[in-house]
Design a protein around this ligand. Structure first.
Ligand code: PHE
Ligand code: CO
Length: 296
């Protein structure tokens, strides 16, 4: 890392205390990446691609290839933007790290995706608490090449601006939707389950866990059920939700959420590992290794 990111404040959220960085857009300081930074990218890229063949959605892998991402060097945002702009009109902007919610939603609503400019240190190869360049670029950016997913992300940003005006319960429900789709979603493809969530594709351990472990539940996508479901921030997820297609995601989230938020706010939340009678269960987890507390 060439310079430490600039932490400006800590924000208390339902994810605990998270650092919130300067909100300004920064130019990617590409010339300042060290040989070690490029080597970290190369190591993570090669390792994840090996894990993800046959595990990640083919749409994700194809999009990553189409963008020209390779282990050779940390990609230049400007070069990715030329391809991405042509494909779906999305643009990457460099940021210091996590943004305040409203700024983040506003960027998405305008088809701008904030990408953290700095990459983790070699000591953080297997686990890092906050999103870095590898998580954002390798994990989130490829599916912005997909026209349907690209529209979903913009709609999410617009919905976020709206939820922000409605209040904390609405924001919590929307955050859970993001968590269980964009970050930790699974999709049915070629007769099996595949990964598309960025939090999974950017983690070797969670890629194997999400698909192959007997511990977690794998349950069919259900909007209101997801909006009620708490999640894990310090361990692998106890439950993954499965979509049939990105079209299902955009169709299911098209209705006005205002009455849905009100209904969800009146119902009890669901623990991260619970299975309900109304669930479409692909796999009921054994729960092996689960901590009893710590859902957020
Ligand atoms: N339809 C949602 C609303 O009215 C907006 C949204 C779309 C939210 C897609 C998330 C994902 O608030
Ligand atoms: Co993320």
């Amino acid at each position: 890392m060439s310079a430490p990111p600039r932490r400006v404040e800590n924000l208390h959220t339902d994810k605990g205390k998270v650092p919130v960085y300067a909100t300004g857009i920064v130019e990617q300081p590409w010339d300042d990446y060290s040989a070690e930074d490029h080597a970290t990218w190369a190591t993570l890229f090669a390792r994840q691609r090996e894990v993800l063949v046959g595990r990640a959605s083919a749409q994700f892998l194809q999009a990553q290839d189409a963008m020209g991402m390779s282990p050779h060097a940390i990609p230049k945002y400007a070069e990715l933007n030329a391809v991405l702009g042509e494909a779906t009109g999305w643009q990457l902007i460099g940021v210091e790290g996590l943004l305040p919610e409203l700024d983040f939603f506003d960027h998405l609503a305008n088809r701008r995706f904030p990408v953290t400019w700095w990459i983790r240190t070699p000591e953080q190869i297997d686990y890092i608490e906050e999103p870095d360049l590898f998580h954002d670029l390798f994990g989130h950016v490829p599916l912005l090449m997909n026209p349907v997913f690209a529209d979903y992300m913009q709609a999410y940003g617009q919905g976020g601006v709206k939820a922000h005006g409605i209040g904390p319960d609405a924001l919590q429900a929307l955050t859970r939707l993001y968590w269980y789709t964009v970050e930790f979603g699974l999709i049915r493809e070629d007769g099996g389950l595949r990964i598309y969530g960025s939090g999974i594709v950017s983690s070797k351990g969670e890629s194997l866990h999400a698909l192959e472990s007997a511990a977690p539940n794998r349950i069919g996508f259900d909007l209101e059920r997801i909006m009620r479901t708490r999640y894990r921030i310090d361990s692998y997820q106890k439950t993954y939700f499965v979509i049939d297609s990105f079209q299902q995601l955009i169709d299911a989230t098209a209705p006005d959420f205002t009455p849905i938020y009100a209904r969800v706010a009146g119902q009890p939340s669901v623990a991260a590992g619970d299975v309900l009678d109304t669930d479409t269960v692909f796999q009921r987890g054994t729960g092996e290794g689960w901590a009893n507390d710590g859902d957020v």
